[in-house]
Design a protein around this ligand. Sequence first.
Ligand SMILES: Nc1ncnc2c1ncn2[C@@H]1O[C@H](COP(=O)(O)OP(=O)(O)O)[C@@H](O)[C@H]1O
Ligand SMILES: [Mg+2]
Length: 421
Amino acid sequence: MIGIVEYFEQITGFKAIKQQKELLLALTNDEIKKLIVTAGRGFSKSLCTSIAILWYSEKAIQKDKPIKLMIVSPQDTMFQYVEKYFGKSEALMKHRLKRGVYTEVPIEGYQLLRYPETDSKEVLVDVFTKPATNKVRGNRANILFLDETADINEAIIKSAMGCLTGKLNRLVLISTCHKSGYFTTRAMNPKKYDYTVLQFNAEKCPWLKQTVSRAKVELTKAEYAMEVLGRAPTKEERGTYPHKNIQKCIVDDVVSEGGMIEAGLDFAYSPCKTVLYLTERNGIRRKDIFHKSWSKKPIETIAPEIAEILEKHNAVIVKADAHPREYKGHVEKHTKTPIFYIEFNMTKEAMIGQFKRRLLQKQIEIQQKSVDTIKQLRYHRRNLRTGDDIHDALILSCYEPKIPFNVKPRPCIYINGKPIT
Ligand SMILES: Nc1ncnc2c1ncn2[C@@H]1O[C@H](COP(=O)(O)OP(=O)(O)O)[C@@H](O)[C@H]1O
Ligand SMILES: [Mg+2]
């Protein structure tokens, strides 16, 4: 049997790059019993695997040794490659079991006959696909290939593994690390789970040049790691808040329930802005009420306006960043709303943790029209230097310290519908 790399090049007509050679050799290395392949999208995981399947089939014919290969995939892209290239091999064409009127390779798999020149229907090679459902159960295979494994539910992966038999007994899991779960956990901890892991970076593929340069602009760092570099994002690359949790908290319009207004105030001059954020507190829940930013304005100039907003909304408390120190004491000159200064950098982790839970438990309503807030929440990650000023003011506004600030609702007397305090 010719080598897998040569076989790949003959069948596909592509010149294999170094990383593909490495992948192809691992895919056909019978000594590797538990293999994980993680690579960026488009690297050719599915293509190389399908060629490895054809190679195994042809080798079985040459050695006259039966083999059963099982493919489990949530999509059928992998088998599409098998179908596409099957006809390129004379041996495969000669041995294939023709079913009824169909001459092509049926999408659920193919069988190769041991004695194609006789009437014997003895099957030597059985390659079959199963969708990633409970149907995987009860099959028997010598090698199991799972494509897009990150999309396959853990229970199904485990049932599929139960199908392995014989001495060969190989398990090959293939995917991008685009989701946490069974696959990604093992791809990240190969030693612990006794897997051989191969990771490939799609930046190395000449055929993906355009895709990669587009991805550089369009994707977040975390997405780029998963989709291009072929690995799970690090903690730093991952966004602070899961997008789906943010999404759950966005509402078309916020309707006041008459709760107390609390403010967050984050000071900056440039390039960040000073941001005032007002939220309404109703028990443990919050509502996004109002926010405003000021850029390149000295505190003396904006303090009266900040105070006016606080008065207008009858804010009961302001939680302000204690830095920079010289910003302290200005707003107080214009309002009776108590201002508490917080050592933001020291409490930030706790505040973020609290806000994360708030999003997870849907304890905040964010207005759809607060576009800049939503954007900063989505892009937020640890150690961001700019672009988190609105986020900071918002989490200050929502912050509830273990020992509550000593504030009482301000007595409010209305004259002609206007509050007098
Ligand atoms: N050596 C190569 N040279 C040029 N193009 C290649 C080469 N190897 C793969 N390709 C292209 O890359 C594609 C890989 O797609 P696919 O196997 O579906 O990627 P993945 O499963 O990793 O997302 C193939 O369809 C083919 O067009
Ligand atoms: Mg694929």
